[in-house]
Design a protein. Structure first.
Length: 279
């Protein structure tokens, strides 16, 4: 059984709680929406699911209905008490903690193949997705609900208006696409923007061979390029990529950051590293 708007308001009132703006809390209070998310996540009885920002547990309940083993993470201590009382009897494992600072090896254990399903607070969505892709390989798939503009950046392709450094980061580790939109009307309180559902599937190997250039070397270049995205790359990457590196990578020095896909960024970074090593 999922939670309606009335149920959510009553539950908050009963426990003396209210949505906290500082934590970006907008609770999903629409049964069709949470069941749609669970369906798009494609999880079932054999799957291990981790949910970040469980809130009042509406999405958690929909995930439990699939038969998946659900670990729900919540930072708000007041809500943790509600979740433990309401959802532990249904089989959920509740973990109190800040997802940006968790010991993920402790939370996930030795199991691989985890699926992350979450209604992410807008203020942590981008750094959290990036950190999980960088450092938590046990999470192989994600379905995240985020602010629409954030979702478009996560899944953007080279040349699009939304394409940026985080788009390259996601493309390096995974394949991503926007699989749905969610209106403000399904939340309590209602946000001022639409949300997007983004499906992310980790690649078996990174899009750029780490033997040619490390992620740290690659993303140092990417950050510099997008840090001055209106400039031509020969300007924004001055001191990082020589004319010879541009030539070796087959990248025009007159190009701008948003024109390069992850493969082109990889080629340029590898050429810059080789050029610097030769010197």
């Amino acid at each position: 059984m999922t939670i309606s708007r009335h149920d959510a308001a009553e539950l908050l009132s009963r426990h003396g709680l209210a949505p906290r703006r500082a934590l970006g809390q907008n609770f999903v209070v629409d049964a069709n929406t949470v069941r749609r998310i669970a369906r798009l996540a494609e999880v079932g009885p054999s799957d291990a699911v981790v949910e970040i920002g469980a809130g009042l547990g509406s999405l958690t309940r929909a995930l439990l209905e699939t038969g998946a083993a659900v670990t729900a993470i919540e930072v708000d201590r007041g809500l943790v008490g509600v979740l433990r009382a309401e959802l532990e009897p249904l089989g959920a494992r509740i973990v109190e903690g800040d997802a940006l600072h968790l010991d993920w090896s402790e939370v996930l254990g030795d199991r691989t193949g985890w699926m992350l399903v979450a209604n992410l607070p807008y203020n942590i969505a981008t750094p959290l997705v990036a950190d999980l892709l960088d450092g938590v390989p046990a999470i192989e798939r994600m379905l995240v609900m985020v602010q629409r503009e954030v979702g478009e950046r996560l899944a953007a392709s080279a040349g699009s208006d939304a394409y940026g450094a985080v788009s390259v980061k996601v493309a390096y580790w995974a394949e991503a696409k926007v699989v749905g939109r969610v209106p403000p009307s399904v939340f309590l309180p209602k946000p001022k923007v639409d949300s997007a559902l983004v499906a992310i599937r980790r690649r078996s190997t990174p899009a750029v061979d780490p033997a040619l250039v490390s992620p740290e070397q690659l993303f140092r270049l990417v950050r510099a390029g997008f840090g001055q995205r209106r400039k031509m790359l020969r300007g924004s990457l001055a001191g990082l990529a020589s004319p010879e590196a541009f030539a070796a990578a087959g990248v025009r020095p007159e190009a701008r950051a948003e024109e390069l896909d992850v493969a082109a960024w990889g080629a340029l970074a590898a050429a810059a590293v080789a050029d610097a090593t030769a010197d």
